[in-house]
Design a protein around this ligand. Structure first.
Ligand code: HEC
Ligand code: HEC
Length: 209
């Protein structure tokens, strides 16, 4: 009996071991892969307004991985009007397999936060009330809540936040039948009644530490 139990533990440990090895990210490989991403997302992952690329720094491994897989499967970026999302599809497809996606997304998570400069003239204090509902998923400091699949919003470019909110609202992002998390966010963006309200909430988000 005791022997059987020991065997069972050993077999389980071997299984878990194999699984962990498989899922182990190689951060150095990820850093090399990131070089091609840096052409648009910047060497420090700071993003680039000229290239319409958001900041990568500050994004969690689970979120980057999820988005890369969505781009790879054309769940994100395939809407005919999603001209910026479409650019990411070939980039995500360059990553040859799940391991490469894991490596690059794990490297991105190691990048220190950057603080993009604000571009909006809207009044952040007017956006504070609208942010109340957002905080329930994205956190009061916009830090993101993994358990709710809601990414960090703080330390992201305000023009990118605005664009995503408009894209969600218009169904340019989040309307693909398999985009479960995107569709959750789409119903939230629909609450924001006007462009002014979108600018204000994005201006408020840019004040979050
Ligand atoms: C040619 C420029 C370009 C390159 C190279 C590029 N990206 Fe992007 N990336 C973009 C643009 C533009 C967007 C914004 C898409 C949108 O507006 O929906 C984006 C969006 C993303 C997003 C979604 C971010 C979010 O907050 O939802 C991730 C993740 C991402 N890129 C990762 C990568 C990785 C990893 C690489 C390298 C393998 C890479 N990108 C290479 C232009 C680029
Ligand atoms: C019910 C939970 C929930 C609420 C409430 C919510 N969000 Fe989200 N949000 C999400 C999820 C989940 C995603 C990720 C969607 C995906 O995977 O594509 C997301 C994504 C986003 C993105 C895209 C981020 C990126 O890096 O591309 C923005 C911007 C955003 N939310 C802003 C807001 C704002 C502003 C509010 C309040 C008006 C809000 N959210 C309310 C769940 C929520």
């Amino acid at each position: 009996m005791k022997k059987k139990l020991t065997n069972l533990i050993l077999i389980t440990a071997a299984f878990l071991g194999a699984w962990t090895v498989n899922a182990n990210p190689d951060i150095e490989k990820g850093e090399k892969l990131f070089q091609m991403c840096a052409a648009c997302h910047g060497q420090s992952g700071e993003g680039s307004q000229n290239l319409n690329a958001p900041a990568s720094a500050g994004q969690s491994q689970w979120y980057v991985k999820q988005q890369l897989n969505n781009f790879r499967a054309s769940i994100r970026g395939s809407h005919p009007e999603d001209s910026y999302g479409r650019q990411m599809i070939p980039m995500a497809t360059i990553l040859k397999d799940e391991q490469a996606v894991m490596d690059v997304s794990s490297f991105i998570e190691t990048l220190p936060l950057t603080t993009p400069k604000t571009t909006l003239t809207a009044d952040p204090s007017s956006g504070k009330a609208s942010y109340g509902i957002c905080a329930s998923c994205h956190g009061t400091s916009g830090e993101g809540i993994a358990a709710l699949n809601a990414p960090r919003l703080s330390h992201q470019h305000d023009w990118y936040i605005v664009r995503q909110l408009k894209n969600f609202k218009q169904g340019i992002r989040g309307s693909h039948a398999k985009d479960h998390y995107g569709s959750q966010m789409r119903s939230m963006a629909l609450i924001l009644a006007s462009d002014k309200q979108i600018d204000e909430v994005a201006a408020y988000i840019s004040t979050l530490e």
